[in-house]
Ligand binder design. Structure first.
Ligand code: PLP
Length: 376
């Protein structure tokens, strides 16, 4: 029997355009869960053409043999933590995203993992990485304060303590455009793709870049069984965002330089925190900076934020429009007051994240807000 002999409803059901004939300039969205048996794909929970294309493009930027994409940045961190076993020893840096910190605490408690918090920005603390270390995880530059952690040095010390231990760098803020942790010896470069890779506040995702094929297979397996793969629509959107990723980052660098110079000239500011760049690790930097109000403006944040017209506030950042936030009540709100104070986070610490607006418009907006402040 041929399909043409079938009832119109069956024929309509089975009709497909000939995919070999289509020549799309951009890869379409493969919005399907299943593939036929002769396809190199199997099931979208395992892989999908859109996530594979995104992973290959990201792999080029990260200089990685393998990239594993996930639903969110937190899912990427959770997959990495799944590589630990009860009794293992996890070392994390003290300056870290609040939710990551909470996840480490929860995971350590639930699965009998020893958790050590060090200030890896300090040489003394780096030297105290313990002999039984299994994994070291940190962001560089750090959030908050944009301090640098020397990746090569942490890798050397960790390898010296335990050659099997993994060094994981959260590369979300530097991005692969400006920093390549794997080239510096790290085992994993992790990102929240929700931030600069998306750049448009409209999609979530995470990615793990690794050179070691065995580790990549273990991460893919963990993703398959936990169902943490990025969906085709998000992968397609992120792949599209990747086309403008380098251009957007160049503009963030330009704006950040112009505005940090301006902030350094304001008398209301006690200190501006900017990342230090160098040829070896962080080749350029742009996007987020922090500043602290002078002590007599300690409670100025709410009034300052409300005067601004071009800076939105909220959880989003690293996108086309500028954002302002107070780490105390925002990114680090999940920590106790004591934990925040221990990290050096005060109520007068402000985070600015620059979008793609003309820098002079942002300066005018900030100037109006500074000029409207009332001293206590
Ligand atoms: N890593 C860093 C440095 C972050 O700032 C965030 C979120 O803000 C994450 C990971 C988690 O990413 P996501 O929100 O995509 O889960």
């Amino acid at each position: 029997m041929s399909k043409s002999d079938c009832h119109p409803e069956t024929k309509a059901l089975h009709y497909r355009i000939d995919n070999a004939e289509t020549r799309p300039l951009a890869t379409p969205i493969y919005q399907n869960s299943a593939f036929t048996a002769d396809s190199p794909y199997f099931y979208t929970r395992k892989s999908n053409p859109n996530s594979v294309e995104l992973e290959c493009a990201l792999g080029i930027l990260e200089n990685a043999a393998n990239v594993i994409t996930t639903t969110t940045g937190m899912a990427a961190i959770a997959l990495i933590l799944q590589q630990l076993r009860p009794g293992d020893h996890l070392v994390v840096n003290k300056y870290i995203y609040g939710c990551s910190y909470r996840l480490f605490q929860r995971y350590a408690h639930q699965f009998n993992i020893t958790l050590t918090i060090l200030d890896l920005t300090e040489q003394e603390d780096r030297a105290s990485i313990p002999g039984d270390v299994s994994m070291v995880l940190f962001e560089t530059p750090t959030n908050p304060f944009l301090k640098t952690i020397p990746i090569r040095e942490v890798v050397d010390i960790t390898r010296d303590r335990n050659p099997a231990a993994l060094v994981v760098v959260d590369n979300t803020w530097a991005t692969a455009i400006h920093q390549n942790p794997l080239d510096l010896g790290a085992h994993v470069s992790l990102v929240s793709a929700t931030k600069y890779i998306s750049g448009h506040s409209d999609v979530m995702g995470g990615a793990l870049a690794v050179n070691d094929d065995k580790l990549a297979d273990a991460l893919r397996e963990a993703r398959f069984y936990s169902g943490a793969i990025m969906d085709p629509n998000s992968a397609w959107l992120l792949r599209r965002s990747l086309h403008t990723f380098p251009l957007r980052m160049r503009e963030h660098v330009r704006t950040t330089k112009i505005i940090s110079d301006y902030l350094l000239s304001r008398s209301e500011i006690e200190r501006v925190y900017i990342s230090e760049t160098d040829k070896d690790q962080l080749r350029a930097y742009g996007g987020i900076i922090f500043f602290e109000f002078k002590p007599d403006l300690e409670n100025a944040y709410a009034a300052f934020m409300e005067s601004l017209r071009l800076f939105d506030t909220g959880t989003g950042m690293a996108c086309v429009s500028s954002m302002i936030a107070q780490p105390w009540s925002g990114s680090h709100a999940s920590l106790s007051d004591e934990e925040k104070i221990d990290m050096g986070i005060s109520r007068s610490l402000v985070r600015l994240c620059f979008g793609l607006e003309e820098p002079n418009d942002l300066i005018n907006d900030l100037s109006n807000a500074f000029n409207a402040l009332k001293y206590e």
